[in-house]
Ligand binder design. Structure first.
Ligand code: SF4
Ligand code: MG
Length: 331
């Protein structure tokens, strides 16, 4: 099967008043039709930038794509002009952002914001569009949808606004949905409902989902494959079982060590000491070396490549270099 979306060695930098900042460094990942992929990492690691660059939503004045390609259905979309990109956004790929209040237009009713996303060739009359908007609001579990159509975002609760955003993103029946921390602003009950809803709609529409979250629990529950990001790089990728039961990168291991485990109430929770590197002053070597309990000399000056561990499990760490592993095994 061919990937629906393939990010291949993508580097993105930003011009800022403090100088050039590298947001992504040679990031590669794929999404296959209908699957759910998780992107996890601390805030500022490049998760959102990755999704926004895939949809080419980064500000053109400051963002520079310095390396790599983005293939949608096998076609390189990096050189596409805004008009051609617009045809892809909404109908092919759509995004649910983190903060519903800033993503909704405060002066338009919910109904008109949903109708904006509908394909005018399919829903020709006002009546057809309104009916479709109602059906979408029902699908996302909004109570009293007839009334909501005419309401403005500030008249709804946070949970309802997030559901409206999902309804808007689904209006164009996208083949891929990016959900960027879709439940961060919600309470635990609403979070569970919204996640269940995304899963259900995904099955119905056979849509691929890229779920971006700093919450490993949410990722474990929802995803089939996971990419772990640190300081603008993908440091580990694999099936969800590989990442959670056989983490190979010290950063992933550190993230998991800080998670409570209901089956092991006596587990000692340890965080990762230190802070992520300043994006303006990236270390030349492994970006994790200042925080890594296993750092070696090579880590301070050379960035490790991703090493294949079998079955699509890869991690970028010098500890996994086959020559080193062989040397250790023969010791
Ligand atoms: Fe730690 Fe070195 Fe591996 Fe980086 S490459 S994670 S510093 S051991
Ligand atoms: Mg983010």
């Amino acid at each position: 099967m061919k990937p629906l979306l393939e990010i291949d060695g993508l580097s993105v930098s930003f011009r800022t008043y403090r100088g050039i900042l590298e947001g992504l460094h040679e990031v590669s990942w794929q999404v296959y039709p209908g699957e759910t992929v998780g992107i996890v990492g601390e805030s500022g690691c490049g998760k959102s930038i990755t999704a926004q660059s895939a949809m080419k939503l980064l500000p053109e004045e400051t963002a520079m794509y310095t390396n790599g390609h983005i293939y949608w259905d096998g076609r390189d979309i990096l050189p596409l002009r805004e008009g051609d990109m617009n045809a892809l956004r909404g109908r092919q790929m759509a995004m649910v952002f983190q903060d519903p209040m800033t993503s909704l237009n405060p002066v338009l009713t919910i109904g008109s914001q949903i109708c904006e996303g509908l394909d005018p060739a399919k829903f020709k009359s006002r009546k057809e569009r309104d009916e479709r908007a109602l059906a979408l609001l029902r699908a996302v579990g909004i109570t009293n949808p007839e009334k909501r159509l005419g309401q403005y975002p500030h008249e709804l609760s946070g949970g309802m606004r997030q559901r409206c955003l999902i309804a808007m993103a689904l209006a164009g029946e996208p083949r891929l949905l990016f959900a960027d921390e879709p439940t961060t602003a919600l309470d635990v009950t609403t979070e569970a409902q919204v996640l269940a809803l995304i899963q259900e709609l995904q099955k119905q529409l056979d849509m691929a989902v890229v779920l971006i979250s700093h919450n490993l629990g949410v990722i474990a529950q929802m995803c089939r494959r996971v990419y772990v990001m640190y300081a603008g790089c993908v440091v580990e990728e694999g099936a969800v079982e590989d990442i959670f039961y056989r983490p190979a990168h010290p950063y992933t291991q550190g993230l998991l060590a800080s998670l409570p485990d209901p089956s092991r109430p006596d587990k000692e929770l340890t965080g990762i000491d230190g802070q992520a590197p300043d994006l303006f002053h990236m270390p030349a070597g492994c970006r994790f070396y200042r925080r890594c309990p296993q750092a070696m000399r090579i880590c301070t000056h050379s960035l490790p490549p991703p090493y294949e561990l079998g079955g699509g499990h890869r991690a970028a760490c010098w500890l996994l270099c086959p020559e080193r592993r062989k040397a250790c095994e023969s010791d």
